[in-house]
Design a protein around this ligand. Structure first.
Ligand code: UDP
Length: 488
């Protein structure tokens, strides 16, 4: 069989500097490099330092991939020195400064690409970095968007915008039905409120509409109807190429994914080894989500009262209930303060349930591990992901939260009480018929996810299609340019 030669193709990946975007894009970079495509992964010095160990493992294996550090002028735009990642922002009020600073990467990026020995052929970037359009234009290359969302949420937002649904509803708390979907999906306007800055929305929309296609961290078998409807409604090329976290085959990659773990993994795994299969609940709210202190009290009490073993991941500055502060590790629980080796933990057989904020990466990582979930959305498209997990895939139990809490717990109001959380944990773990059905379904989806990523699987084939599409476009541009040279 002829092995295609892609060495003249150069993919340039520019993720937003936030863990939920950088981590899957690093996986995409690795998947492309495995195919022999040259890859430049663009970021800034402090972010590069975080992911360098993962990178070194990848490049050591001889893959054609470069980690490119462009200076990020935090101080010039009023950000604290060294604030190069969304998780370093001291307050949401500085978000716009952060996005302004990303625009200053434009010229250094163009210079880097001019000097590179392989001309760039495709840019994959976040829709929240609309300035990258200029780069694609300057080099006449394909531009693909990576939202970090699943097909379901991308289609929901597309339909809500197309039918002007949010503007036509006055009340924040009334339920609305998302139009044009294969299933009935109901949410409130407040749950759908975009976390995107309004100053950026128009630019982002334009960048989205003019992109050549989208790549999605999902797989066809998981949400085929949504993918199909999105393609039909928009006429856009859309390729599911995930779950990209499955590209982390090596234990080192799983353990040190995105950032150095704040716990000795050996200690964590030894603790897990003393537990029964499916007996431990893993609790995490992602890389930036935080709960306010009263909510932490309720959650801590519910976890303790559940009688199950649990691993609870909290942020460095979070106010933990006193008991957990004093005894972070006992036979019953393990508190990880900081960064957890999430993919490595989820893949352990002892993990029987996942309390998640429904960030899409965490959700699909949970699916890959075949673990049912308690869904507890906080912000962004997470309320939509909850609907997918609970109503469409039937692998989740909603904790019942109604109002977004913001990333930093900045929205006052709702505190989910310990009894309510306890009930959701009971439904997740009680071993009853519904619990077993959810677990079985989650396991099936995990198997399907792995098949999709194997050679010949749907996501593997889709990545080939992306590469072939870029190759075709590049040949067309070359023919045009040769024609123009001949005319001169
Ligand atoms: N993550 C991790 N350890 C942590 C917290 C997060 O490895 O302690 C990873 C997680 O596996 C996922 C990403 O960070 O890949 C978070 O992305 P997600 O979309 O779930 O949520 P976000 O952080 O964007 O809200």
């Amino acid at each position: 069989m002829d092995v295609p030669n892609y060495e003249d193709l150069h993919f340039v990946l520019v993720p937003l500097m936030a863990q939920g975007h950088m981590i899957p894009m690093l996986d995409i970079a690795r998947l492309l490099a495995f195919r022999g495509v040259t890859v430049s992964y663009i970021t800034t010095p402090l972010n590069a330092a975080r992911i360098r160990p993962s990178f070194d493992r990848t490049t050591l294996s001889g893959l054609p991939i470069s980690l490119v550090e462009l200076p990020f002028p935090s101080a010039d735009v009023g950000l604290p020195e060294g604030c190069e990642n969304v998780d370093e922002l001291p307050s949401r009020d500085l978000s716009l400064n952060f996005y302004e600073a990303t625009k200053l990467l434009l010229n250094p990026l163009i210079e880097y690409l001019r000097d590179h020995h392989t001309p760039p052929s495709c840019l994959i970037t976040d829709s929240v970095l609309p300035w990258t359009r200029e780069v694609a234009r300057a080099f006449r290359m394909r531009r693909l968007i990576f939202h970090g969302f699943n097909c379901f949420s991308i289609l929901c937002f597309y339909n809500l915008y197309k039918h002007n649904v949010l503007e036509s509803i006055a009340s924040e708390s009334d339920h609305l039905v998302v139009p044009g979907l294969p299933h009935k999906v109901e949410l409130t306007k407040e749950q759908l409120r975009s976390s995107t800055l309004k100053e950026l929305r128009e630019e982002m929309r334009e960048a989205d509409e003019t992109a050549d296609g989208v790549v999605i961290n999902s797989f066809e078998e998981l949400e085929f109807e949504y993918l199909k409807t999105y393609r039909e409604s928009t006429g856009k090329k859309a390729w599911t190429i995930g779950p990209v976290s499955l590209s982390n085959k090596d234990d080192g990659d799983k353990i040190e994914r995105g950032k150095k773990a704040s716990i000795d993994e050996k200690q964590c795994f030894e603790w897990l080894e003393t537990k029964e299969p499916n007996s431990v609940v893993y609790v995490s709210f992602g890389s930036i989500g935080r709960l306010r202190p009263p909510q932490m009290e309720e959650l801590g009490s519910a976890l303790e009262g559940s009688g199950h073993h649990f691993i609870w991941v909290v942020k460095a500055g979070d106010a933990l209930p006193k008991k957990f502060e004093e005894e972070p590790i006992t036979e019953r629980w393990m508190v990880i303060r900081g960064w957890a080796p999430q993919v490595a933990i989820l893949s352990r057989l002892e993990i029987g349930g996942f309390v998640t904020h429904c960030g899409w990466n965490s959700t699909i990582e949970g699916l890959c591990a075949g673990v049912p979930m308690v869904t507890w959305p906080l912000f962004a498209e997470q309320f939509l992901n909850e609907r997918l997990v609970v109503d469409v895939l039937h692998v989740g139990v909603s904790v019942g939260v109604q109002r977004p809490n913001g990333w930093l717990g900045e929205v006052e109001g709702e505190v989910v009480e310990r009894e309510v959380i306890g009930l959701a944990l009971k439904r997740l773990m009680d071993g009853g018929e519904k619990c077993r059905a959810r677990r079985e379904r989650a396991r099936e989806l995990g198997d399907m996810a792995r098949e999709a990523m194997e050679v010949g699987g749907s996501s593997y084939v889709n990545l080939t299609r992306v590469i072939e599409d870029v190759l075709k476009y590049k040949s067309m541009v070359n023919v045009e340019e040769d024609g123009r040279d001949n005319e001169l």
